[in-house]
Design a protein around this ligand. Structure first.
Ligand SMILES: *Cc1c(COP(=O)(O)O)cnc(C)c1O
Length: 449
């Protein structure tokens, strides 16, 4: 038989045949476990897979029909509120989403609406809302600004500062600033932005000028790393200025793709007029979401992970990722061919560039590793450090010391060949891993996902 690609076939085929055809085509996709570009979970326990398979048919929005699933979602929100030190976890509000992107849209909307209410109450204009953030923000924030008509104030990188600085953030704020986004941590290099310093500088601004700007922490990755690996780092609801936090359940929350979380420190941080009510066990339940129907299985798997691992289990998983990342980073640096920008000691993610005077580019290294099956993205940094091109490795649960050794073996095999080049062969035009690309973003639209 011939497989039609672009029209619905006039007649169907046997399910075994259809399965084999689709299965075989998908063999040509990359191997998810060797994808060191993505932050998203590519390994989970068989028990989590089983629970997900058992619950594919549960629709998250049908709270009335699936009250246990709805309850597990609420328990996850409570657990996260407790983990992130909400003043009263029982009254913190939050919801599951499809990922951090949706969670960031909701958090941004709450900031915008709060600002509008305050401005209207003061008889001031609501024409020109702006949002202050580093140029290194993930593309979802460019989307938020574009879709919801908020001016993005992207603070460029400068010298060795490859993320948002407190002084620079405050300098960009004015009475129209709906919030400052602080990222824990940056997708470009895995570094944590200085959330506490940013909050302190904004406290000072409020005391001096009355301009009182809330902070949203984009903890897509770090909100599930820092509580376990850096318990003394103050970045969360312990800081009164932090109004809301998001994370990707499908990144270091260790669930397969399709779940994120948005939490507000208390009901006051989420304007009531954004919340809708759905029927739930005869009562009504507040919901805040862009989607309506959504699978329940990812939320169920999130609850499974919380129960299965507990605090100590999460700490061991994340600390192992960090150990693998820092060890691999330093061994890559000790080849002499590279210079580290970060070393994996914040997010288990590190970025590195080529040493001066080597005859190859980061794009050559990325291409050579790809021939060995590894996906290691290379990209140019955004505004004011476009001169740096970097490679980035994301260490996730399931990327063991053993796999890291195999990657390093391959790198050692590749380097002598690259050293013989007369000069760099590939440039940024070959960067094929810009998962978030396509939007009119600061750095020519290319952003690491
Ligand atoms: C991944 C990421 C996002 C987007 O998250 P998704 O879960 O993929 O929608 C947003 N912000 C940061 C900092 C990220 O790392």
């Amino acid at each position: 038989m011939r497989v039609p690609r672009f029209t619905l076939p006039p007649e169907g085929v046997h399910p075994d045949v259809a399965y084999q055809v689709v299965h075989d085509e998908l063999m040509l996709d990359g191997n998810a476990r060797l994808n060191l570009a993505t932050f998203v979970t590519t390994w989970a326990e068989p028990q989590a897979r089983l629970l997900m398979a058992e619950s594919f048919d549960k629709n998250m929005i049908d709270k009335d029909e699936y009250p246990r699933t709805a309850d597990l979602e609420q328990r996850c929100v409570r657990m996260l509120a407790d983990l992130w030190n909400a003043p009263d976890p029982a009254t913190a509000v939050g919801c599951s989403t499809t990922g951090s992107s949706e969670a960031c849209m909701l958090a941004g909307l709450a900031l915008k609406r709060r600002w509008q209410h305050a401005r209207r109450a003061a008889g001031r204009s609501t024409d020109r809302p702006d949002l202050v953030m580093g140029v290194n923000v993930q593309i979802c924030w460019d989307k938020f600004a574009n879709f919801f008509e908020v001016e993005p104030r992207l603070i460029p990188m400068e010298g060795d500062r490859l993320h948002l600085g407190a002084a620079e953030a405050v300098a960009a704020c004015d009475e129209n600033t709906i919030g400052v986004v602080a990222i824990l941590g940056s997708t470009f290099d895995g570094s944590y932005e200085p959330v506490a310093e940013i909050c302190a500088a904004l406290d000072d601004l409020a005391a001096r000028t009355g301009v009182d700007v809330p902070v949203h922490v984009d903890g897509a990755s770090g909100a599930m790393i820092a509580p376990f690996c850096d318990p003394d780092l103050t970045w969360d609801f312990r800081l009164p200025r932090v109004a809301s936090i998001n994370t990707s359940g499908h990144k270091y929350g260790l669930v397969y793709p399709g779940v994120g979380w948005a939490l507000w420190r208390d009901a006051a941080a989420l304007p009531e007029d954004l919340v809708f009510r759905v029927n739930y066990l005869g009562g009504d339940m507040p919901t805040f979401a862009l989607n309506f129907s959504r699978p329940g299985s990812q939320v169920i798997a999130q609850y499974y992970n919380f129960l299965r691992l507990g605090r100590d289990g999460f700490r061991r998983v994340q600390q192992t990722c960090r150990d693998v990342a820092t060890s691999l980073a330093h061994r890559i640096a000790s080849t002499g061919a590279f210079r580290l920008l970060t070393d994996g000691s914040e997010l288990p993610v590190f970025a590195f560039t080529t040493a001066p005077d080597v005859p190859f580019s980061v794009f050559d290294v990325s291409a050579a590793l790809r021939e060995e099956g590894w996906l290691v993205p290379a990209y140019t940094l955004p505004k004011n450090r476009e001169d740096i091109a970097a490679l980035r490795i994301v260490v996730r649960n399931g990327f063991s010391h053993d796999l890291a050794d195999l990657l390093l073996d391959d790198l050692h095999r590749i380097l002598p060949r690259l050293q013989k080049q007369t000069g760099p062969v590939r440039g940024p035009e070959t960067a094929s891993f810009a998962h978030g690309a396509g939007a009119p973003a600061g750095n020519d639209g290319r952003r690491p996902a």
